[in-house]
Ligand binder design. Structure first.
Ligand SMILES: NC(=O)c1ccc[n+]([C@@H]2O[C@H](COP(=O)([O-])OP(=O)(O)OC[C@H]3O[C@@H](n4cnc5c(N)ncnc54)[C@H](OP(=O)(O)O)[C@@H]3O)[C@@H](O)[C@H]2O)c1
Length: 332
């Protein structure tokens, strides 16, 4: 079978399409023919050894897949060959065949598109955990989403609306603002491209304040970080919750006096850790997401698809900040 492998640390052009044996099926596992693998920002980082997880090389990037079961391992119940599934595997998805722990898999609803299915779990499950458990977002509250046309960003716009919030989407271009509006954002604002000097940072803070309105943002969902963080925090409401989700623009530092002045919380979000520690609560979230998906309340927006041999280009699209929605690699 074909696999797109990282054989040495480096950018997407270092990935190699290599013919390897299919993996052996273990106890408690499913053997899967991969239909689609969606790209997430961690794929940009993991191949350069800049991610929190460092798999031994060679490894295939690709953290989440949709696939078809070809064989069921010993001790696995509830799955048969031919069943379709979605799963987050962390890495290893840019291949034609893989094995995965059955406990990680969820049934792809009958007739559902595997390309969209492959783009559902990581972004939306992160976001429902972030907004419900960490952000305690309430109906009628104001939610500010940074990077609102990216993978987790668009999920936050849709889930924020599903939870009854007023959603303000912040993005870097008019195209991206249009995508956020199409996903249901009530208002949009366009920010510049970092780095920012002191004056630009002040102006950005004023722009965030104007966009969220007088009371401030009750919840801020930040999957961007860098120079965007402090100006955004300055627009938070009294007792607001600032959700730390990701850092494509860099890891920011914050003056803690800002949290005192607004009596607000800065809260970390680590979905992978949550899903491992609390599988039952995560499964309940996924059930909710599948219901919302079937009802049309949420719909993964597919930016574009690439075949496996061009999987590196899919990762480059995210690294270059060009994706609007999800980029997906499809297997033959
Ligand atoms: N905490 C968790 O559990 C968890 C789970 C999943 C993902 N994440 C993290 O969430 C972040 C976003 O992931 P994603 O898959 O949604 O990525 P994505 O689709 O690429 O979206 C990231 C967004 O960040 C903005 N951005 C700002 N500066 C950027 C830069 N220098 N390079 C690239 N993008 C930049 C872009 O929007 P604008 O151009 O509009 O600014 C882009 O749309 C990543 O850091 C990822 O690791 C965290």
């Amino acid at each position: 079978m074909k696999a797109l492998l990282s054989t040495a640390p480096g950018g997407p052009d270092t990935l190699e399409l290599i013919e390897i044996d299919k993996p052996a099926l273990g106890k408690g596992e499913l053997a899967v023919r991969v239909l689609a693998c969606s790209i997430n920002y961690p794929d940009v980082l993991i191949i350069e050894d800049k991610y929190q997880m460092r798999p031994p090389r060679p490894f295939a990037p690709g953290a989440e897949i949709a696939g078809e079961v070809t064989e069921v391992g010993e001790g696995v119940e509830g799955w048969s060959p031919g069943d379709r599934l979605i799963a987050v595997t962390g890495f290893g998805g840019l291949v034609e065949h893989m094995t995965l722990e059955a406990a990680r898999a969820f049934h792809l609803p009958e007739g559902a598109d595997p390309v969209a299915g492959s783009a559902l779990l990581m972004t939306y499950a992160t976001t429902i955990h972030a907004l419900k458990d960490r952000g305690e977002l309430g109906e009628g509250q104001t939610l500010l989403v940074l990077g609102a046309a990216g993978g987790v960003g668009l999920a936050a716009v849709e889930i924020g609306k599903a939870m009854g919030a007023r959603v303000v989407a912040a993005v870097s271009s008019e195209d991206k603002a249009e995508a956020a509006r199409a996903a249901g954002a009530d208002a949009t604002m366009i920010y510049g491209r970092a780095p920012f000097d002191k004056e630009q940072s002040k102006a950005l803070s004023a722009a965030f304040k104007e966009a969220v309105g007088k009371g401030g943002a009750d919840v801020i969902y930040d999957p961007v970080g860098g120079d965007y963080c402090e100006p955004a925090l300055r627009s938070i409401a009294w007792e607001g919750r600032y959700l730390v989700v990701g850092f494509p623009a860099g890891i920011p530092k914050l003056p803690l006096n800002l949290t005192l002045l607004k009596s607000c919380d800065v809260r970390g979000v680590f979905w992978g850790g949550f899903a491992m520690r609390e599988p039952a609560r995560n499964a309940a979230h996924v059930e909710q997401l599948l219901d919302w998906w079937q009802a049309g309340t949420i719909t993964p927006r597919i930016d574009c698809t690439f075949p496996l041999e061009r999987g590196g280009e899919a990762i480059t699209r995210l690294a270059e900040r060009r994706a609007v929605g999800k980029v997906v690699v499809t297997m033959g």
